[in-house]
Design a protein around this ligand. Structure first.
Ligand code: TRP
Length: 460
């Protein structure tokens, strides 16, 4: 055995593993549930025909994103490796191995870039989480600084958020990712439920609820709605860049993969749905209080103005309770962001550990610093770079990578190996509905449908 493969063997024998089913479900749902659910989903729904978007989203999440998620989980658990190594392992020939290496590297790059913009937005959440406290303490100058959009504030809080993310990842799979997901996810669900109940009792909430839930079916065939819903589903399930692949690689062989994937998809779409019950009614409560909820173009407020102006103004108008609500809301946002960002950071970190025989701690801080450097460049050139990075990574790269992963799982890899892999946690899978549908579906339908949507968005 060569020195390199011995080193890989000894590194992989130290690979982390999720200690329980619940640990995996909470960690993978933690990755999936993030700013995409609580901010992206409700505003996307409001812009694209309300209930019609919600309906389309659920269809696409289960019919397109779930099969792609399964491809990642199966490849991950079988290969027990990072994305580059995993795609090399399942590629039989020289050409496919090279292609696998390139695809894996592309995935790691995109995951790191997504983290670099995600941590900027998450940093804003942290700043807004502190603001009610400094206001209570009478530190008005500090409060103004926290909510002012200065480069210094953005750099500080992006850095702070990355330090939090690195601290969890440096502690490893079981003691970092799993432990913190198990603590934070229940807290997140409780906060979300509490906020929904409170907001729905306020005057004006029902108008928002109607807009959210009553479908405008005339928009159902609109390509823009379909593209937005698919992009939202892929982003929300953290697909394409190897996050779910690496989480799958820490999953024990006795777990039932199709069921795990289905639970994660269900939790993710349910939380997105619930977030809509909070954000849209809150907007109309704000309107009832005399705040403007439409942007200059006449569409409903959706971007940063919604989260960082309208909602804080609404909370401020609610007096003492409002301070508490603001605290809970931004704590919810920060937690959702953290359980997602750790899953992004694990992608480059696991690659560095396994490919360069580096210790987890050094690999983590090294990746953290590199990502912070990219975030800093984006912060300083915000107008030119932020939107560009978001579009390139989430709208184009993620669906493309999702497509490639489906191709690797079903065209490059062998069907019997997939069956064997799923069988270890689900012995009767051969006779299940999943096995009747998934292989052909992931082989033909998924790549085709993703390509179709991708070409639409490229031409649009
Ligand atoms: N899914 C998360 C959200 O909804 C974000 C996220 C975590 C992500 N890991 C990812 C997005 C990997 C793309 C790729 O906010």
């Amino acid at each position: 055995m060569s020195a390199a493969s011995e080193r890989t063997m000894s590194m992989s024998s130290q690979r982390g593993v999720f200690s329980s089913k619940t640990g995996f479900i909470l960690a993978a749902s933690g990755s999936a549930v993030g700013l995409g659910n609580i901010w992206g989903f409700p505003t996307n729904a409001a812009e694209n025909g309300g209930g019609a978007f919600v309906l389309m989203y659920f269809v696409l999440a289960f019919c397109l994103a779930y099969p792609a998620l399964m491809a990642e989980l199966i490849i991950g658990r079988h290969t027990k490796a990072n994305m580059v190594h995993a795609l090399q392992i399942i590629s039989p020939g020289r050409t496919s191995k090279i292609f696998g290496t390139l695809t894996g590297g592309y995935g790691i790059l995109v995951a790191s870039l997504i983290l670099s913009f995600y941590s900027i937005v998450a940093g804003w959440m942290l700043a807004y989480l502190l603001e009610p406290l400094t206001t209570l303490a009478g530190l008005d100058d500090l409060s103004d600084w926290l909510t002012g959009n200065s480069i210094a504030r953005n750099l500080l809080f992006t850095g702070l958020f990355l330090v939090l993310t690195c601290s969890v990842i440096a502690a490893g799979v079981e003691h970092g990712i799993e432990k913190w997901s198990c603590r934070l996810m229940p807290a997140l669900l409780l906060m979300l439920a509490g906020l929904i109940v409170y907001v729905l009792m306020q005057p004006g909430a029902i108008t928002g609820l109607k807009l959210y839930l009553i479908p405008d079916f005339s928009q159902l065939g609109d390509p823009k709605l379909i593209i937005s819903a698919l992009g939202q589903a892929f982003f929300s399930l953290s697909l394409g860049v190897g996050t779910m692949l690496i989480y799958g690689s820490y999953l024990r062989p006795e777990e039932n993969l199709p069921a795990m994937g289905a639970i994660v998809t269900l939790v993710d779409s349910s939380v997105a749905f619930l977030a809509g019950l909070l954000v849209l009614p809150a907007l109309f409560v704000a309107q009832q209080q005399g705040l403007n909820i439409y942007s200059e173009s006449g569409s409903l407020m959706a971007g940063p103005d919604l989260i960082f102006q309208t909602l804080p103004a609404l909370f401020a108008g609610m007096g003492k309770v409002g301070t508490l609500i603001a605290l809970v809301f931004f704590a919810l946002m920060s937690i959702a962001a953290l359980t997602s960002s750790i899953s992004m950071l694990e992608v480059p970190v696991s690659f560095t550990i396994e490919n360069h025989a580096t210790r987890r701690r050094s690999a983590t801080w090294l990746a953290g610093i590199a990502i912070f450097a990219v975030s800093a460049v984006i912060v300083v050139n915000f107008t030119a770079l932020f939107g560009l990075v978001v579009t390139l990574t989430t709208e184009y790269s993620q669906p493309l990578l999702g497509l490639l992963l489906c191709v690797f799982a079903t065209w490059v890899w062998h069907r019997d190996m997939i069956l064997e892999e799923i069988r270890s946690g689900h012995p009767e899978v051969e006779y299940s509905l999943f096995w009747k549908i998934w292989p052909g579906y992931a082989k033909y339908c998924c790549p085709l449908l993703i390509a179709l949507v991708l070409s639409q968005s490229l031409s649009g």
